[in-house]
Design a protein. Sequence first.
Length: 238
Amino acid sequence: MTITIQQPDERAVTDAGWLDSKHSFNFGGHRAPGNDGHGLLLVNNDDRVAPASGFGTHAHRDMEIVTWVLSGTLEHRDSEGNHGVLYPGLAQRMSAGTGIRHSEMNPDPDRPVHFVQMWVLPDTPGVRPGYQQLDVNEQLAGGGLVPIASGRGHEGAIAIHQRDAVLWGARLSPGEAVVLPDERHVHAFVALGSAEIDLGDGSAGALAQGAAARLTDAGARTLTAGPDGAEVLVWATA
């Protein structure tokens, strides 16, 4: 059983002027031993893109990519003819499968967009490329952890091609607590606000905005929002 906390300033950073990207795991040219992912989660990028800029058309293959906007809007177009404008609470899944090309642009001329992009391995390679988006604001408003993306058929969640992974999300009010899933690998990322996690020895680990707790066979731990509340993204995988 292990619980490891990654503090916000321990993440690698890509600063491209128009892009401020913080990487929870190895990404691009950023490499550190033992930081290739947690369970099936390989990428957790905390991105801020300047107004009227973004990622031009580029390719992906055999990856389940989930995008979650925290503020602003993000416009998606891909080679399968899909188009969507993402906003907070609208979950998006793109299955790269046999190969897909897409762009992600900030359409707003004045406001930056802040979003988290997460990649998990599919359970079956070579699937047909696909796209799905779903508004889960109503579910989140009900409190507690809500399934956002699931390979297990959770109602009200976008579907991913990975039977051993579920992304849960929550918008927690100050002091609100949730019990994290009891899975082999759990990655609890504090996207906004702050929180603390029960470490199991009578103490708690502090999680500032941008911090993550990586749990391995740690059981059902409690996460509690800080004084300003928290928005958390929790992957539970094999």
